[in-house]
Design a protein around this ligand. Structure first.
Ligand code: GLU
Length: 586
């Protein structure tokens, strides 16, 4: 047991040498916030779900109540998010799943990340302004979600793809109620949506965003899901739907008179036929005696959260200063070493020796910016400053995706990030099919950047920050969590863990608490509430802040004692999320 474990155990309950259920230091917000039926916190038994959206949470709950398992429910919810949160998620996107298999007490991950076409080169994005690249055929990666759903259901589910798509088909056909978030996201995208005939027709009916409170139907997407259910993923990966995607990417359906330079993409049907979702070993690190599992490359989520936790564990105390500094150092290392390349030094990045070497750079004051990357070479000294020549920077990444957690009566757990990258993806709906294409390839470094592990290459997956995370204690789940937010995903997951375990907040408080995100930049992005709460002390220690309205939109589930589950979503960010349990009583 480390000094830190001892310190925390005073405030918590010590089980088998590790701390569980630290007592909340701050009162939880009321469970009932937001519209009726949409609650950010739910407690009960027999399974639970948290997503950003009531329709999606209800889709998952319905599957659980009809006897489906957590993976069945997660796919059903993901497809429903493709209807109700179409600017964050969809069948033409990608994502990462972390899955706890209760029967075998084993954690698996499924990489459904979009992939660069074979014609993509290191220079393909060079010199293109970021926003121009986003809204183009060039940014669309080979979609991963459908292959990921099929693999996830085949390996761990009980439903067929067609069965799992049914709740989404119902919502797409019958419609959902437009809320403020959907309206605002449509309005924020209107200038580019109107440049594509297919997108304007679907999302700007009558030339304007659908009003709040109206019913939005997407019969074309319902038809697409129906046929996908019948024909399976082959319809996309080499079949007719794939051919339509390729045609749209190569010749975006520009509105007559539009002056937009929507660059054509490089995707071919053969790229779709070659796509595979991949089962990969999770990243693993221990924190305060618990085992924290995450996503390995091509995401940097697992390695960066894990490294930061190891750094924190090597420090004598943990507060917000230490959280920011550990995050700064981990981002320096992520930027230099992590990408979809052979030879990422994952074992060393997650080693205690490397963490100790990095931790001893953290002092009483904020480090000068930028922090250089360390040397994860297996040879660790007591305190070694890295050479300034190894400075790295954190590239721009879009801010939106979505995350869900699902658990079932058997104790299986899913933490799942699904995304189309920017809010609204590349802005281009495939004509007649009711879904947007992703712009995931803008997650690559545009270059020129010699040696950067995240430059584009044929068939390569862009580095992600998505960090669905499952925490076990003695092989049993304790917590599952994740968030959207581009590169702030990593800091949001880290901050929630610090809030929960180090500051002793309840899980609802740990999610609701104001956030900050330090990613090896001079200024730390922070919500105003964070600046109000921690700003004076942190500023006196050399930190400076850029206010930002909102960071992340997390979902989580905690496994309380005696089978009780606590599902948690955001009380207010992105309009608040939806947590549901199968049964409120045992
Ligand atoms: N494209 C992002 C990533 O993979 C996720 C979407 C987002 O939240 O920006 O890290």
């Amino acid at each position: 047991m480390t000094t830190r474990q001892l310190a925390v155990s005073v405030a918590g309950i010590l089980v088998g040498g590790s701390v569980l259920f630290a007592q909340p230091a701050v009162a939880s917000p009321p469970a009932q916030v937001g519209p009726v039926g949409k609650r950010p916190v739910a407690e009960g038994y027999g399974g639970a779900v948290a997503t950003v959206d009531l329709d999606a949470s209800e889709a998952a709950l319905g599957v659980l109540r009809r006897g489906g398992n957590a993976m069945d429910a997660a796919v059903a919810a993901a497809a429903t998010l493709g209807v109700t949160e179409p600017y964050s998620a969809g069948l033409a996107g990608g994502g990462f799943i972390v899955y706890y298999d209760a029967r075998h007490r084993k954690v698996h991950t499924i990489d459904g990340r979009e992939t660069a076409p074979r014609a993509m080169a290191a220079t393909s994005l060079e010199g293109i302004p970021f926003d121009d690249a986003v809204t183009s055929g060039l940014s669309a990666g080979v979609p991963g979600s459908v292959a990921q759903w099929e693999l996830a259901l085949r390996r761990f589910g009980t439903l067929s793809l067609g069965q799992a798509l049914r709740p989404a088909i119902k919502v797409a056909s019958e419609g959902f109620t437009v809320d403020q978030t959907f309206h605002d996201q449509t309005a924020a995208n209107a200038a580019r949506f109107k440049d594509f005939t297919s997108t304007a027709k679907l999302y700007l009916p009558g030339g304007a965003p659908p009003p709040v409170g109206s019913t939005f139907r997407n019969p074309e997407l319902a038809g697409t899901y129906r046929r996908l259910g019948r024909e399976g993923g082959d319809w996309l990966y080499g079949g007719r739907l794939g051919a339509e995607i390729v045609a749209t990417v190569k010749k975006p359906p520009l509105t007559p008179g539009s002056t937009r330079n929507a660059r054509p993409g490089l995707m071919e049907l053969s790229d779709l036929a070659a796509y595979r979702a991949i089962e990969r070993p999770p990243t693993e690190t221990t924190y305060l005696g618990m085992d924290v599992y995450g996503i390995a490359p091509p995401s940097s989520g697992g390695s960066t959260v894990g490294e930061a936790l190891n750094i924190l564990e090597a420090l004598p105390k943990v507060g917000m200063h230490e959280y920011l500094e550990a995050s700064r150092l981990s981002f320096a290392d992520r930027n230099k070493y992590v990408g979809d390349i052979p030879g990422v030094p994952l074992k060393e990045l997650l080693s205690d020796g490397f963490a100790k070497e990095r931790a001893c750079l953290i002092g009483e004051r904020a480090m000068p910016n930028p922090a250089p990357a360390g040397d994860p070479d297996g040879d660790y000294g007591p305190c070694r400053a890295a050479s300034p020549a190894q400075e790295t920077r954190t590239p721009a990444e879009g801010p939106e995706t979505t995350h869900m957690v699902v658990t079932d009566r058997w104790g299986n757990v899913v933490a799942y990030n699904i995304t189309i990258e920017s809010t609204g993806g590349n802005g281009i709906v495939v004509p007649g099919r009711g879904f947007l294409l992703n712009n995931e390839l803008t997650d690559f470094t545009f270059g020129p950047a010699p040696g950067d592990p995240n430059l584009p290459a044929p068939g390569k997956r862009p580095r992600s920050s998505m960090a669905p995370t499952i925490v076990l204690n003695d092989g049993e789940p304790v917590l599952a969590l994740g968030s959207p937010g581009g590169s702030t995903i990593i800091t949001t997951v880290l901050q929630i863990l610090v809030n929960r375990w180090d500051l002793g907040m309840s899980l609802p408080d740990a999610l609701a608490a104001p956030r900050a995100s330090q990613r090896n930049t001079a200024q730390t992005q922070a919500e105003q509430g964070f600046i109000d709460r921690y700003g004076p002390e942190l500023t006196s220690r050399g930190h400076s802040f850029t206010p930002t309205p909102e960071i992340g939109a997390a979902t989580a589930v905690e496994f309380l004692r005696h089978g009780r589950l606590q599902a948690v979503a955001e009380p207010t960010r992105r309009g608040g999320g939806s947590a549901l349990v199968v049964s409120e009583r045992r």
